[in-house]
Design a binder for this molecule. Structure first.
Ligand SMILES: CC(C)(COP(=O)(O)OP(=O)(O)OC[C@H]1O[C@@H](n2cnc3c(N)ncnc32)[C@H](O)[C@@H]1OP(=O)(O)O)[C@@H](O)C(=O)NCCC(=O)NCCS
Length: 187
């Protein structure tokens, strides 16, 4: 349904599939404990990172429900993070997005810029009706990012799962295609 063959350029960033040459840049943020704190993976070792990179190199298209499209986020030729979109349901046109940024590049709106582009792709190219994002309630930076994008907090699940050995919850944010169009409309 969508395949990324050309890099996508935003104001400050380039979004494109990961390549084998990205291993060191990817490890630079994937190995940071503060990056993994609210993700399901732990801080990655170089072996784990290499395995994950191989998976990501294949995540270049959404062909079937369940597929994930994952794009490296490049700033001035350096990979500083990634953003992803998972096709949750074909029938209901639902997707879920996500984002990770190297902490050295935080606080400048770069993750927001990359994530906004993933919403654009999901709504305008894939034709999704609704895109959700989920985060740990303690992950304030992530919740703020989704609010900044104009997403609506729809739920706060309390102690809904065991996360890294303790009870964890989830915030669910969402945006509809018509809300995206209204937010993007000039004026
Ligand atoms: C979640 C994460 C990507 C957010 O990073 P971030 O640096 O807060 O996000 P951005 O790059 O969009 O920067 C936003 C900040 O820059 C500021 N900013 C500066 N210029 C900006 C601009 N042009 N546009 C938007 N924000 C701008 C914003 O005010 C905000 O600062 P604030 O939080 O003090 O209000 C990051 O914390 C991360 O990678 N965490 C680890 C992985 C993770 O948890 N991912 C999410 C899983 S649910």
């Amino acid at each position: 349904m969508i395949e990324i063959s050309e890099p996508i350029t935003t104001e400050r960033l380039v979004l494109r599939p990961f390549t084998a040459a990205d291993e060191a840049a990817m490890l630079a943020f994937e190995s940071r404990p503060e990056v993994a704190r609210y993700l399901y993976n732990e801080a990655r070792t170089s072996e784990d990172n290499a395995r994950e990179l191989a998976v990501r190199q294949g995540q270049t298209a959404l062909r079937d429900e369940g597929d994930t499209l994952l794009l490296a986020v490049e700033l001035d030729g350096e990979v500083i993070g990634y953003t992803l979109l998972t096709w949750l349901s074909e029938r209901h046109r639902q997707g879920e997005f996500g984002y990770v940024l190297h902490p050295d590049h935080g606080g400048r709106g770069l993750a927001t810029e990359a994530a906004r582009e993933m919403l654009r792709l999901g709504f305008e190219q894939v034709g999704l009706h609704r895109i959700i994002g989920r985060c740990d309630p303690r992950n304030e930076a992530s919740a703020k990012l989704m609010s900044r994008l104009g997403m609506r907090q729809e739920a706060h699940f309390v102690e809904s799962e065991i996360f890294k050995g303790e009870w964890g919850g989830e915030l669910h944010f969402a945006m509809l295609a018509r809300e995206w169009e209204a937010a993007e409309r000039p004026g």
